[in-house]
Design a protein around this ligand. Sequence first.
Ligand SMILES: *Cc1c(COP(=O)(O)O)cnc(C)c1O
Length: 422
Amino acid sequence: MSTIADLDRQYVWHPFTQMRDWISDDPLVIERAQGNYLFDQDGRRYLDGVSSLWVTVHGHRRPEIDDAIRSQLDRVAHTTLLGLASPPAAQLAERLIRIAPPGLAKVFYSDSGSTAVEVALKMAYQYFHHRGRSRKLRFVALEQAYHGDTLGAVSVGGIELFHQLFAPLLMPCYRIPSRADALAALLAEHADQIAALIVEPIVQAAAGIQLAPTGFLRDAAELCRQHDVLLIADEVATGFGRTGRMFACEHEGVTPDLMALAKGLTGGYLPLAATLATQPIFDAFLGAHADRKTFFHGHTYTGNALACAAALASLDLFERDQVLARLPDQIARLQAELGHHILPLRAVAQIRHKGLMVGIELGPFRFEEATGARVCRAARRHGVILRPLGDVIVLMPPLSITLDEIGELVAATRAAIVETCA
Ligand SMILES: *Cc1c(COP(=O)(O)O)cnc(C)c1O
């Protein structure tokens, strides 16, 4: 009989994975999870050090979220938002607007971070089109940006390893460093052709947890406003508490015109995304049927009822568990542990962190050595699951991580770095 590993190697094509290496190896098969731990087929347990790729918020198998999904399942799993309304989708939209930066007023659902970004880009372009400014069709993106893997999102991406190959397929866009003077110079010359600036506020996650200079987000928002350019905040990674606030934009008191949410939205349970828009953007799309001002965009599973029910339960848990109020202690412990146990290591060049997002930069080592991947592999033997970005070891634990588990996470990471880079 085929094992799960056999079936996987024979039939599954994994994302961001060199499959020649994969099929010559024995995959780790995760069978179940509890709290902040994953369990493999042999019952071994691993701390989920990257929140199952940055999504898990309150831990796995939270009874409150499990129950919310079950109880929605007893009503209906999915109905379409094309032509019909749905209770969990309507209730979640209201909740999101209540917690979002003030000024955001409408919620457009989709299924992934990439689609939430595509929606924001198309909305920005169409918004100016309806205002008679269809020359505003370019986007400004930051160097090293990551906004997803669909072609519009790749167009505004700037990570060479992922994006360079596809350059011939992409729409042209302006790319600047995270500096207000660079943005000011660009907008002074080209604002009449620019629909929007898209940023990952405060933290560029996939770039290796790169922090923006303090004040950049606020300055960028002000420059966009002065030049009639929209600001799109991609909070797909930073949203839902990761940076220490509910949304990263709050650190600098910024309300973007459009905001993309996904990863943590359902607490890490189900794929769901949302693009939030201001009232003026929404209003520009209103008109008679014949005006063709409709936003002709939608994904089949948009606003899925089970996913929205999970998201509502996750937002309830933020309140019930006082998640944001407890974060400062967890962040302080993580910072202290990193300073004591990781920073002094010879193989560590730099540690960057904001909230519970950490990038441990190793090296420099040669690309071929795949040091980051080997460190994460070693971390497994110490009972922690990590996933690197090149030679940056990313720690992004669930917000439910305890102080003791933070110690365990850092100790395992240290052991893995020491072993691998000796
Ligand atoms: C992960 C991510 C995306 C893409 O989200 P998917 O759900 O993987 O499509 C977009 N933007 C940022 C900032 C992300 O971290």
